[in-house]
Ligand binder design. Structure first.
Ligand code: SUG
Length: 453
């Protein structure tokens, strides 16, 4: 399906390594799984091992697999900015006394969902010949709005060569510029290294004053437009599409809950967009002369929107495994366990469309917070030269996989309840773990704020 061209490039997946404070805080309004599972006892060790297992599956299949380190939590720097002072333990204790919800917010391991880390435009899409990344400001949710600075640091560590890669700063922290990164962005192309069509899906035009009825629309048209301009995209190859308000209110807090695309294929639910015919026509026009798009629309009669959202059919990774002519949908086991989505997947594979296989992975711990296989990864198209210039220590091989497994088993708790987050011992365990991680991944001894104190 993907053309092997002179300008050959790989699509790497950079996954967020799940951090030691993974918990169910119920912090994301509009994310039905997060609300439903609020207060459950989480299993950070199992969560991190599930994430690593998925990464290994991709690496073993021959794809380039990167690892983005977890962020330091609790975020003491933020708590200090809020006026809590003294030794680290005192800051945590005083904040907990003031409001445990505040501490939970500062403890979320949400940087695991790397699809929200940044928007990525491959170098093939811009004439300056560099890969462009804009860390998402994630300004809609407090617990996520504190990620972007460290995300930028991680991305600069992963892609240190400024002659190959430009890591921008996040957009301003204001609701007009609300940006959730690659979760609202799809790139279609004939080959990863060939110029593509970039589709930006937004929920809200902030300058029109419109609001969704129930849940927040986390991505604005303005943020999408600014990123497209910053990334120097060709306007004729760029499409802006509006999410249907009703799908946001049904629980699709990001477009990647109802849509995923890869190569020439856009796989989406019939309810995903405000005006589907227009989106398809715009993609057709933008891809003219580059490739013929293939649209796979899932009808409500086959998979009701409620089932699509709860089983996370679309929050699957759509990948081209080496040696395969058709795409594989890497779906969560929840998709297999839901009769509608399982039946649909069976039908999909039996058809002769662009998706030829479905593989199920267990990422249940992340799923309970609304993060499927696709949420856990950031796709980064790398040319040979860009891949050579990337930080090799952040790429998963057998050795790093084994070391990370041992590291997780050494440092992570088996169980974590929301009330454990005020425990100063957890903070120390977490910082000790991350300090050890910087050594394993060669990140230096000033990667985390607590190392710079
Ligand atoms: O932002 N959940 C994340 C899930 C992100 C999923 N990402 C994509 N769809 N790409 C969110 O809502 C829940 C955390 C908590 O409730 O403690 C959370 O942040």
């Amino acid at each position: 399906m993907l053309a092997r061209e002179a300008n050959y490039a790989n699509e790497a997946n950079y996954d967020g390594l799940i951090g030691p404070t993974h918990n169910y805080g119920g912090l994301s309004a509009g994310n039905l799984a997060s609300a439903k599972n609020k207060g459950l006892i989480a299993a950070p060790r199992a969560a991190a091992l599930q994430g690593l297992q998925k990464m290994k599956l991709m690496a073993d299949a021959g794809l380039v697999q990167g690892v983005l380190p977890p962020q330091a939590r609790p975020n003491l720097a933020e708590l200090r900015r809020m006026g809590f002072t003294g030794r680290d333990e005192n800051v945590l204790a005083a904040a907990w006394r003031a409001n445990p919800v505040l501490v939970r917010t500062m403890c979320s391991a949400s940087s695991m969902w790397a699809a929200n880390a940044a928007t990525v435009s491959p170098s093939a899409d811009w004439s300056d010949g560099r890969l462009h990344l804009t860390p998402a400001n994630l300004s809609t949710m407090l617990h996520r709005s504190i990620e972007h600075a460290q995300t930028g640091r991680a991305l600069r560590a992963a892609f240190p060569s400024e002659s190959h890669v430009c890591v921008h700063d996040a957009l301003p922290m204001q609701s007009t510029y609300a940006d959730e990164g690659a979760a609202n962005h799809v790139r279609l192309c004939a080959g990863h290294g060939a110029p593509g069509v970039e589709l930006f899906v937004y929920g809200r035009d902030a300058l029109s004053g419109e609001q969704t009825a129930k849940f927040p629309a986390r991505q604005t048209l303005q943020a999408s437009q600014i990123i497209a301009a910053r990334h120097g995209l060709d306007a004729s190859r760029t499409v802006f599409a509006k999410q249907a308000a009703k799908v946001i209110d049904a629980g699709a807090f990001h477009n990647d809950v109802v849509c995923v695309g890869a190569a020439q294929c856009l796989f989406y639910h019939e309810d995903a967009f405000a005006d589907t015919q227009r989106v398809l026509a715009d993609i057709d026009k933008a891809s003219d002369g580059l490739f013929t798009p293939q649209f796979v629309e899932v009808a409500n009669k086959d998979v009701p929107i409620k089932a699509a959202i709860s089983a996370y059919l679309f929050n699957s990774m759509l990948v081209q495994f080496p040696g395969e002519s058709r795409l594989t949908l890497v779906a969560p086991t929840e998709t297999e366990n839901n009769p509608y989505t399982k039946a649909y997947c069976d039908k999909l594979v039996a058809s002769n469309g662009p998706i030829g296989a479905v593989q199920y992975v267990d990422v249940r711990q992340s799923m309970r917070n609304g993060g499927g296989p696709a949420c856990l990864r950031l796709r980064v198209v790398l040319t040979k030269a860009e891949q050579a210039a990337a930080n090799q220590k952040m790429l998963l091989d057998e050795r790093l996989y084994e070391r990370l497994r041992v590291w997780v088993n050494t440092h992570y708790r088996e169980a974590l309840a929301p009330d454990d987050l005020g425990d100063p011992a957890l903070m120390r365990e977490s910082f000790t773990a991350l300090d050890a991680l910087t050594k394993i991944m060669g990140l230096g001894d000033d990667f985390y704020p607590f190392q710079r104190q």
